[in-house]
Design a protein around this ligand. Structure first.
Ligand code: GLA
Length: 380
């Protein structure tokens, strides 16, 4: 009565129904909290695991609002951890090069740690060859954030931190929030807000080191940056103020290019200064809802693709030039030279000293807002 093909299709459907539904033990989507140790003063540190229905997991600790682990599927659907990090709080407390951390008050550099705002001169902590880097000696990556799960259709975690007037030399009490939302489409959205009771400066970002292969170095990763200009720097990585066209330079990533293709071309002094890539690219067009495409990173072997979109005007691409095997991470394995790369969406470095750069000033009554989306997909 029924054709052979229809009977086979019916049989396949029945088999699939019983084998495809969630096999017992498959972790359910949602958000879980667990203990992650104690700060030196005894305060409890927590670890939150956000999981979506696809199986992507992002682990975030309240220490530094740090992403400690982030899984993404390859072209075979196998999830692997694509973020550098550590297994224990002790390792983070011992010190890392900002693995996965929230960065603030001001991500990237401020020349000599000095700036003037409303004719008042401020001096920040200097922690990087005479400049101020990533919020100073005890930046937002090294403080304990408060956390709460945010109710909603997708697992979300809101972190808050009250930065005191004078902290690291910054003016004003600043109240910061960072909300991580793990979306159904394997994207992690990071929303930042801040308010202050005095005029101050703010430029928040996240410092995840990506390795889409989950091992080896990142030189075979292909990068596209939606930017036709970048900021040349001096020998201490402070921008000179020039917005230089990338065309004809080793900084041209306007089409997907292997990161290793020109990374050691020291004929360009900027490569010598950065020890590779450690520069800020100025993003082009902005999208309707404020999010503009910033970057596309792909890893040909695994097929993993990472798209970055942001409200911010720039992105720092750092090719892991200071990773030298002296810092060990998960599984007690050393992170060797250029085994991770960062795409730190942000305002321009040293903007407080460059009136021609977009402003990073926040005044009482204003709300600083910034969003970045890191969306994963696969290319077969
Ligand atoms: C940022 C800086 C780099 C380096 C890393 C952390 O990406 O631009 O120079 O300091 O942070 O090691």
């Amino acid at each position: 009565m029924y054709s052979k093909i229809f009977q086979l299709a019916l049989l396949a459907g029945v088999i699939c129904f019983f084998s495809c539904k969630n096999t017992p033990g498959t972790p359910q989507p949602g958000i879980e909290k667990s203990a992650f140790g104690q700060m030196p003063d005894g305060r409890a540190v927590e670890l939150y695991t956000l999981r979506n229905a696809q199986g992507m997991e992002v682990k975030i600790t309240t220490y530094g609002g740090t992403i400690t682990s982030w899984t993404a599927p390859d072209k075979a659907g196998t999830y692997a951890d694509i973020a550098l990090g550590c297994d224990s709080l002790a390792d983070y407390l011992h010190g890392t090069p900002y693995f996965g951390a929230i960065i603030g008050r001001y991500g990237n550099r401020i020349a000599k740690g000095k700036f003037t705002l409303d004719s008042v001169a401020y001096t920040l902590a200097t922690n990087n060859i005479g400049n101020h880097l990533h919020g100073g000696i005890a930046g937002f990556d090294k403080v304990l954030w408060s956390a709460e799960a945010v109710p909603g259709a997708e697992p979300a975690l809101r972190l808050t931190y009250q930065s005191k007037d004078g902290e690291e030399g910054y003016p004003g009490n600043l109240s910061a929030t960072v909300t991580y939302t793990l979306q159904k489409d394997n994207a992690l959205k990071i929303d930042y807000t801040a308010t202050a009771d005095k005029p101050t400066i703010v430029n928040l970002t996240n410092h995840t080191y990506f390795n889409l292969a989950g091992n080896g170095d990142i030189l075979g990763h292909e990068l596209l940056l939606h930017a036709d200009r970048f900021l040349p720097v001096d020998s201490t990585l402070i921008p000179t103020g020039e917005l230089r066209p990338v065309s004809g330079t080793v900084f041209d990533f306007t089409s997907a290019t292997p990161i290793g293709a020109r990374i050691n071309d020291t004929s360009d002094v900027q490569i010598r200064y950065g020890l590779g890539y450690d520069h800020c690219w100025v993003l082009t067009a902005s999208d309707a809802d404020g999010l503009r495409p910033a970057a596309v990173l792909s890893e040909p072997q695994s097929g993993r693709v990472l798209e970055v979109l942001t409200t911010e005007p720039a992105v720092q691409f750092y090719s892991g030039n200071f990773l030298d095997g002296t810092v060990t991470g998960k599984g007690d394995l050393p992170y060797r030279y250029r085994t991770g790369l960062c795409l730190e969406t942000q305002h321009y470095p040293d903007a407080p000293n460059r009136p021609e750069f977009p402003s990073t000033v926040l005044r009482p009554g204003e709300m600083y807002t910034s969003s970045t989306v890191y969306r994963f997909s696969v290319k077969r």
